[in-house]
Write a protein that binds this ligand. Structure first.
Ligand code: URA
Length: 209
């Protein structure tokens, strides 16, 4: 069973409050999501393996550390996932960024892939899939299936807010993928929105409606 890590860092929780507020306009919403994404990247990379190296300072040689594991790939799910990419890249600037676009088939209600572009060296990377709102979990589950089908094995899911329903579905379908989130909210409403949530993340990021 995968783990769910809820980031209770005071800065993340403080900024999340403004992100939730209906009074927060597009510009500020975008900036806050960017900042929270960077803070979450700091936390999500806590367990990256290190290797010991020797470095020569202007004064002496010493042992020091460099990242030792696989390189990182980010995969935002279009379109709201885009809002968290730049924040994460501030901390992991060498990460490659793939994209997965999905829409919901109006008849089956199942997600259908309409765009997939991933780094060519998938096997050499650990992936962070970015889906700000883990609602029913349909998109995240499908995007991760798509990544695994193409050879990815070590995957984490980063969200801003998750509903218990989405977490349950993810854990059932991808028990190997840990979930990193700023808040687990109460429930989904009948339209699939997270309550209390923040509304439509894509619309709020891009000023559409
Ligand atoms: N997607 C959103 O943007 N918001 C929700 O509440 C659920 C899904």
């Amino acid at each position: 069973m995968s783990k769910v890590y809820v980031f209770d860092h005071p800065l993340i929780q403080h900024k999340l409050t403004y992100i939730r507020s209906k009074e927060t306009g597009t510009k500020e919403f975008r900036e806050l999501v960017d900042e929270v994404a960077a803070l979450m990247a700091y936390e999500i990379t806590r367990d990256l393996p290190l290797q010991e190296v020797e470095v020569e300072t202007p004064l002496a040689k010493c042992k020091s550390y460099l990242l030792a594991g696989k390189k990182i790939g980010l995969v935002p799910i279009l379109r709201a996932g885009l809002g968290m990419v730049d924040g994460i890249l501030k901390l992991i600037p060498a990460a490659k960024v793939g994209h997965i676009g999905l829409y919901r088939d109006p008849d089956t209600l199942e997600p259908v892939e309409y765009y997939v572009k991933l780094p060519s060296d998938i096997e050499e990377r650990d992936f962070i899939v970015i889906d700000p709102m883990l609602a029913t979990g349909g998109s995240a589950v499908a995007a991760i299936h798509s990544l695994k089908k193409r050879g990815a094995s070590n995957i984490k899911l980063m969200c801003l807010i998750a509903a218990p329903e989405g977490i349950e579905r993810m854990q059932k379908e991808h028990p190997d993928v840990d979930i990193y989130v700023a808040s687990v909210d109460e429930k989904l409403n009948e339209k699939g929105y997270i309550i209390p949530g923040l509304g439509d993340a894509g619309d709020r990021l891009f000023g559409t409606k």
